[in-house]
Write a protein that binds this ligand. Structure first.
Ligand code: GTB
Length: 223
């Protein structure tokens, strides 16, 4: 039996792999787990059937037998759990990988999402011009700290792990912004993540949804 995840039927990211089904797809690909995808419209996300899985009417979710999960970080850690490729066996290294996975969503992502929300939804607010630089400073402060820690290493710990998967996923939300470009080692880090074959498979799968939708329809896919 294959796990089923949910994703946008029509993602606002237009196939750029920025929605949060992407790290889940990537983790499944790294772990070598085939999966099904249930695509949801925004209306379907608000229906009781989906709310039973995700109380906040969001994607992604993950169903595998009696394991029913929401929250990207929790899903990625669950998928990573039995996989040597994503979570090391030793308890100390394992705990470090979990720390980095949590740091990606708990420490690095919030200022990135705050800035993104301002740019997308709040440009017309009277305070926008005043507050944007401060939001960008908050992003830059975290990027500088992360950059200093990563240094010249390929990955945050010894070898690629779910902490890197989550961190690269979060950094990708900065796109080609100048904020990321200020830190060449982070740009190279993101590129290393994107160069992984599992990333490419996950990216292609979500991109195919966008391309099919643009041609004109379906509501289910497998990968
Ligand atoms: N904390 C939850 C988790 O990590 O799983 C957050 C889930 C979440 O934010 N889901 C978003 C969602 O369902 C999609 S991924 N939003 C619908 C809603 O809340 O009504 C976030 C996202 C959306 C769009 C882009 N984009 O267009 O680039 C990027 C990321």
């Amino acid at each position: 039996m294959r796990p089923t995840i949910t994703a946008f039927a029509t993602s606002p990211d237009r196939g750029r792999g920025l929605a949060r089904d992407m790290p889940v797809r990537w983790a499944l690909e790294e772990a070598g787990i085939a999966y099904d995808v249930r695509l949801l419209s925004f209306a379907e996300m608000k229906e009781p059937a989906h709310l039973a899985l995700q109380p906040f009417a969001q994607i992604p979710t993950f169903e595998d037998g009696d394991v029913v999960l929401f929250e990207t970080c929790a899903i990625v850690l669950h998928v990573a759990d039995p996989s040597d490729a994503l979570l090391p066996r030793g308890p100390a290294a394992r705990a470090r990988a979990i720390s980095w996975t949590s740091a990606a969503v708990g420490t690095i992502e919030p200022p990135i999402v705050e800035r993104e929300t301002m740019l997308l939804l709040e440009r017309d607010a009277p305070w926008f011009a005043d507050r944007l630089p401060r939001a960008e400073e908050r992003v830059t402060r975290r990027l500088a700290q992360l950059s200093a820690r990563l240094g010249e290493r390929d990955w945050l710990e010894d070898g690629f792990g779910c902490g890197d998967l989550m961190m690269v996923s979060v950094l990708r939300r900065l796109g080609g912004s100048d904020l990321l470009a200020t830190f060449p080692n982070l740009v190279a880090y993101v590129a290393r993540g994107e160069a992984r074959p599992a990333f490419a498979r996950a990216f292609a799968a979500q991109r195919a949804v966008f391309e099919r939708t643009n041609e004109g329809s379906p509501s289910r896919s497998s990968s």
